[in-house]
Design a protein. Sequence first.
Length: 314
Amino acid sequence: MMEFADRYLLLLGLFAIPAALLLWYRRRERAFAVPTVSTFDALSPTLRQRALVVLPVLRVMAIVLVVIGLARPRIGEADAVVPAEGVDIALSLDLSSSMDIAFDRGGQSRLQVTKSVVREFIKGRENDRIGLVVFRDDAFALAPPSLDYVALDTIIRDLDASFLPDGTGIGVGLASALTMLQDSNAASRIVILLTDGEHNADSIRPEAAAELAAALNIRVYTIGVVADSATGRGVDEQLLRHVADTTGGRYFVADTAEDLADVYDEIGKLETSRVGGEEFERFREFGPWFLVAAAALVLLELILRSTWLRRPPA
């Protein structure tokens, strides 16, 4: 269905009325009085005389076409919502042996709770590519960023890090996630790193990895899983906060399954609001064609006025 993008400009079409009246009045002014017209009754007007009326008509039509063109007539072709290229997320999970400790009074281990919460987090995403890195003393990229949430859910459900030597390599866990995202062209790139311990691996320092993340413009959200959020027992909270602050992210602490679920939910909302979405409708514009037609009519009027329909000098 056709519409006008700037429909208020159609009011300019009212100028076509006084323009037509002005041209008609000027044409009447050029007439002159004679005692009688009986002498001319037998004379029929020539083709040129009949055609003189075309000049003001062309002028008025050109004005109307200009007004329509300026009002931008268009036809909508499609509606769409684009998530501004979405978010690329690398989940970096600590799978050290301490993750087998009971998370809270619910009886489940920290790893079981983390897997459950992360799976729910993935279900809540729609247009974000998500990858997975696990780390102990070393790190391993299990899944590159993808929209295949079903496959990722299966990987997390069956997660087992027994193939890696025990330890807590926070730095290498972060560095591996950064490698996964460094070539991404998404509107936002983030790492969500979860750990329940202190860095003790003989590998890249977390501080160095954080500097690399900042250089790549990748935000890092760190999550400390603790037995007591007041003391932060077992987690180097100062280090995790430093990593997050260096990259423009945030540090979160969780000591219950509900806390952990809330943390992932808040991170998801932060990134969704940061990127947002752009709603648009694609149109086929016809305004330029009306303007071209108006220019053609003006040109035609000028040619006729200066040649075949030129008035003799008074």
